[in-house]
Design a protein around this ligand. Structure first.
Ligand code: FPP
Length: 256
């Protein structure tokens, strides 16, 4: 299901990122600029979520991870937290049918047990309903913190060592990766942050080791599929070396 609009937009459809991760930032500032309350910004931001999920599916991007609620976000005013939880539940209910039609599997990364009972129940239901969809995976990072994720992984690995199931000297990078919430998924190739902040904010710290990072000043509610396509075009021009040198470059750096 690849749309002609994207094919003609100058993108190389064979060199798209497999996994895109997005820090959706700027809902509050978007609302403030319009003299509206922050929740209005989150509501508009929810609509952008739908637009970008659809764009990824049409392009054939396999994994999309959205930072929807961090472990730190619990410290926001109670009314804002409740509104965000309400919006998340609404999204899960309203999008379930669409996720099924588009073959998208929903996953939640984070401390599901911290979510309010009704949101957790709905999330579990949508995860279950979409679990056999294989065209794309949508990860919602909810009550997510990367340090917590790594801490949980370390604890799980330590328990296996203590139980004699794993030798300490056999712990390698894959062992750690296999105990993260993203176990079995490829690392993000491209990490986008909206609203112009140059921070990772405790998002996918381990997994983003070699992600190409793109920061746009656009506030999340104003982010469009056209700008997303421009970022993908920019991504395709980048030289991803993963710490190595260019193939034809001699190690003393002299031109060949
Ligand atoms: C950051 O903007 C955004 C969030 C903390 C929440 C993101 C939530 C949504 C996009 C809507 C609900 C999500 C889904 C998946 C339906 P901010 O509030 O920190 O903005 P600011 O930095 O301008 O104040």
């Amino acid at each position: 299901m690849k749309s002609d609009a994207f094919v003609t937009s100058g993108l190389d459809m064979d060199r798209l990122p497999v996994h895109v991760a997005i820090i959706m930032d700027g809902n509050g500032r978007w609302a403030k600029k319009r003299l509206k309350n922050r929740v209005t910004g989150h509501e508009k931001g929810s609509r952008t979520v739908r637009t970008i999920v659809t764009a990824c599916r049409e392009l054939g991007i396999q994994y999309l991870t959205l930072y929807a609620f961090s472990t730190e976000n619990w410290a926001r005013p109670k009314s804002e937290v409740s509104a965000l939880m309400r919006l998340l539940k609404k999204f899960l209910v309203s999008e379930q049918q669409d996720l099924m039609e588009k073959g998208i599997c929903l996953q939640v990364l984070g401390q599901m047990e911290k979510l309010p009972e009704d949101v957790r129940k709905q999330a579990l239901e949508t995860i279950d309903a979409t679990r056999n969809n294989h065209d794309m995976t949508l990860n919602l990072a909810l009550s997510y913190g990367s340090r917590q994720e790594i801490t949980d992984a370390v604890q799980a690995v330590a328990q296996k060592v203590a139980a004699g199931e794993l030798a300490a000297e056999d712990i390698c990078e894959k062992t750690v990766a296999d105990h993260l919430y993203t176990s079995g998924m490829p690392d993000p190739d491209l990490l986008i942050r909206t609203s112009g902040e140059f921070r990772l904010s405790n998002f996918l710290l381990w997994q983003s080791a070699y992600a190409e990072i793109f920061v746009t000043h656009t506030l999340w509610p104003d982010f469009t599929r056209e700008e997303f396509t421009e970022i993908l075009t920019n991504y395709q021009k980048r030289d991803r070396r993963f710490g190595r040198v260019e193939c034809n470059m001699p190690s003393d750096g002299s031109p060949q």
